[in-house]
Design a binder for this molecule. Structure first.
Ligand SMILES: [Zn+2]
Length: 176
């Protein structure tokens, strides 16, 4: 696949081009995590293009997440900006989204805006059942002496934590 240059004009007519569809989807942010795109979060699981339509498969990070509908609508609009053919959005709930699908770059961006990204591999049932909350690293100072303040932070997908060293509050993006 040849990468599409950022200054390359986007055609709005004609059959969907997967490269352009991926690029368009790369501009769609999760409304709860505006710093990162749904592609970086691993929410976009597949893009299938035929002459007549584009089928995009999404796996929401959290099945009860109210942002899911917003994401789907935004993703649909983004794809419609690069093709005039039919756009179909599919939701795949199995396999369930895993936090280790988040791209390394996206983890850095989450940390940069004060959100502790989920630990890689932190989504497995073994870890979810016995969460080691104290090991979550503070995105501000890097300390591991952090505590959970509220199970739900600014949104249901995030828990509110506080650092015992720098005393800064932060959101922890919960692995599901
Ligand atoms: Zn800290």
């Amino acid at each position: 696949m040849t990468p599409v240059l950022p200054d390359e004009p986007l055609p709005r007519r004609g059959p969907p081009d997967p490269r352009l569809v991926w690029r368009a989807l790369g501009t769609v942010a999760d409304p709860e995590l505006p710093a990162v795109s749904i592609v970086e979060l691993g929410i976009v699981r597949g893009v299938e293009c035929t002459a007549d339509e584009c089928i995009v498969t999404l796996t929401p990070t959290y099945s009860g997440c109210p942002a899911t509908r917003v994401i789907e609508a935004d993703a649909r609009a983004a794809v419609a900006s690069v093709t005039d053919r039919r756009v179909r959005m599919l939701t795949a709930l199995a396999p369930a989204w895993r936090s280790d699908w988040i791209a390394p770059e996206a983890r850095r961006k989450l940390a940069a805006c004060g959100i502790a990204p989920p630990r890689p591999g932190g989504a497995g049932p073994a870890i979810t059942m016995t969460p080691d909350r104290s090991a979550i690293r503070c995105p501000h100072c890097g300390s591991r002496r952090t505590e959970e303040v509220a199970r739900f932070g600014s949104t249901a997908c995030k828990a509110q934590h506080r650092c015992r060293d720098c005393l800064e509050p932060f959101d922890y993006f919960k692995p599901h």
